[in-house]
Design a protein around this ligand. Sequence first.
Ligand code: PGA
Length: 260
Amino acid sequence: MHHIQHRTLIVGNWKMHLNVAQSSLLVHRLNQRIKAHRDVEVVLAPSLLALQPLSREIDRRKFRLASQNAYHKDEGAFTGEVSYTMLRGLIHYSIVSHSERRLYFNETLEVVRDKVTACVRNGIAPIVCVGETQEERRQGETKQVLHDQVTSALANLTADEVAGIVIAYEPVWAISTFGGEIAKPDDVAVALAYIREQVAGLYGDHVAASVRILYGGSVDENSVRGYLDVKGCDGALVGSASLNYHRFSSIVEKAHVLHS
Ligand code: PGA
């Protein structure tokens, strides 16, 4: 299938790590090591608390920000929540439906769809995480799970809107903190092609060629190139290795292939 070449997207998901001062320090260290590359887009997803200060500190030629979550209503009596509307202007992207949110915070397909819709309504590109659990994989249900997750998450979007989002294939069994089995690039290739096919079936070839699809799960400085070389892979979602500035800057360096 035809596929538009984008800048390689490298997303660091810091999860529930680093307070504001620690986040600033990590950005400072990354800034010293990472150069602006025209073929790589680097996105950092710190805690919600660190987004505002980091938005003032980052070099915008090198880094963009993402939230790890937010609430799907724009405003109202929802004690304790932060909305995508409030994050508008601070972030370019938001990770949605990460497997930890599905597992620990009961994010159902409906919740995910509402969040994806709210992101797009607020001018934020969702990074929609999909992927099967170990059990689903054993039962041979991977394709069905991916089909259901993709179809449901995008259901409220127009074709044009879908063309601008990001999908991250994250097999739950390959996430470092869930067991960290290493996914083979060949298996990743099959899953990415399947996801792109689903998008083509629902929204047409043109949209499928534009949508960016990432791989995530135990990506580090040694494995990243192998995943980025998978046909149709537009980048990587990095957890653990994104908290270490040596490792994350090395991942960005390996993603950079155009030498100007
Ligand atoms: P990992 O996490 O890189 O530590 O496996 C990836 C993720 O959970 O997004």
